[in-house]
Design a protein around this ligand. Sequence first.
Ligand code: ATP
Ligand code: MG
Length: 661
Amino acid sequence: MVEDNNLETRLAEQDEFEPPAEFVEQANVTDEGIYEEFEENWPGCWEQAADLLDWYDDYDQVLDDSNPPFYEWFTGGKINASYECVDRHLDDRGDEVAIEWVGEPTEEADRSITYEELHREVNEFAAALRDLGVGEDDVVTMHMPMIPAHPIALLACARIGAPHSVVFAGFSANALAERMNAADSEYLITADGYYRRGDALDHLSKSREGLEDVDHDVETVVVDRLGDDGPGHDLHESEHDYDDLVAEHEGATVEPVERDAEDMLFLMYTSGTTGQPKGVKHTTAGYLAWTAWTSQTVLDIKPEDTYFCSADIGWITGHSYIVYGPLALGTTTVMYEGGPDYPERDRFWEIVEDLDVTQFYTAPTAIRSFMKWGSEYPGRHDLSSLRLLGTVGEPINPKPWKWYYKHIGGESCPIVDTWWQTETGGHMITTLPGVSNMKPGSAGPPVPGVDARVVDGDGEEVPSGGAGYLTVDKPWPGMLRTLYKNDERFIEEYWAEYSDTDSDDPDDWVYFPEDGAKIDDEGYITVVGRVDDVVNISGHRLGTMEIESAVVSADGVAEAAVVGADDDIKGEVVHAYVILEDDAGGEDAVRAAIEAAVEDKIGPIARPSKIIFTPELPKTRSGKIMRRLLEEISDGEELGDTSTLRNPEIVADIQAEVRGN
Ligand code: ATP
Ligand code: MG
């Protein structure tokens, strides 16, 4: 016990961690010279990424920057994403598992889909889609749960050159209709339902409801996931059963369509924490090169690995790092249908142990839940197969980082804290796990070849130790090419802020991700959140993330969200919304600990004027805290759109709590 306490203290104080020696010995990248090498040979360095792919026709040019910001990569090259992710592995790895699928019901057997089997099913379904009328460049929408047919459908579309547009299954009928209309999509792939926390949920009714608001005819494919547990829908005339289609095309093969490097691979509408959804367009070669190369370099994926990313394919993380990146490298990728706490809070760890998972990639929101639940759950399992951990989606505070490092990684796995966006296609800022030291809370340096900077309002770089806005000053292969059918909004949203938009010199164009960040004297970037997540107290601008980090470091706090509430005198004051750990002491003790931690780490100026305890925070369906809503609650304002919330029912409780506070 004494020893354990010492360990806790040491961990709490340690702010830099070396890559574990055992990891470095086997890592894909260990030479720190890669940074300089890429800088000196830019953009030619990206041939390294392109070399991970097999090309029908080689490209003529790495980067065509003649018409910024409409950059083109690997122009002249011909490629097919389905071929890259499936066919080319058949000779060496045909009998190896491509997708290890785990359904939620524990009594259901896992499905291990070999590359051979994946090839067969992708071909059969591609043939079926063609027969339904899907042609090259037709947008196919998917509104699918985490079942094998989902990645199969993605790859089948890629095979015939039909871009996919995936709408997260948790999204509403309305969100589906809006996206299908925006993309003029005449095909939908959905399912009867799926399992969540032991219940068989009806999904088809929701998809059908969405279709009622689609302004053109749609052919629909329905996967029968639930069988007898399902709601027993009789299919309509325009609805086709997935199994029937595949059976009708048994043994069919479809030649992969040779796509131009710059042909669209998919569209993805961003989650819409802000405003109208944006149809982010990704193309074939640059995106695939980017996801394959970062999977190899950052996630350290090797073909013989069993890699588990707990995201949903409905998010960009699932596209890039469950499907395309890992399969392009010919590894085994795990996909899990259900929730982390079903049947118990150790489900992920059970999967890790059963399958000997080597890399585990998840989001801070999940890690905070694991921490709140306590270390006994991972403690029940042998997690020694793990070699690397990753996180993405939000900033992660040092406390959950260290918890993850210790209780999941056993202090022997590097953690990659990967900053990126739907728009960037793949990782942009993160340590390289076999090269750089880790600093909990800071994502790290930009990946080699990426020109990310922290600048002030005028676009001048801030000195080390400074804070400002994140920019990316040079293009990269995985970047979005435009917003679907809206070049103007593309420029306005991402470029106008720091670019000379009249110029055709690429040096005058700067990408603005709309995130705030800090940079230290070693070039480590800490992304503090969206630019609007700042509190202005008596003229001092403080990042909510920094204050949150202090709040969360207090004993008894599992998770916190900090917002600026209007104040007559100071302009704004800090309100902290706090979730207690399951074994926390009384509220008063925790309140005192929070105040002390904030004063100590930031100063009395940031001390919360209100601390509101709540069992949950309002979160989007991708698990991000919706601070905007909390700010409205703090200010007693009418609430804006709550339709993208995962837990809308919590809002009224929090409002009542604030009023009574
Ligand atoms: P929308 O753009 O529709 O408002 P969104 O920005 O939440 O939604 P994503 O593209 O999924 O949609 O998320 C990207 C954002 O997530 C980044 O801009 C950043 O704010 C945050 N983010 C992702 N990874 C990290 C990380 N490792 N550290 C800090 N922030 C991160
Ligand atoms: Mg965004």
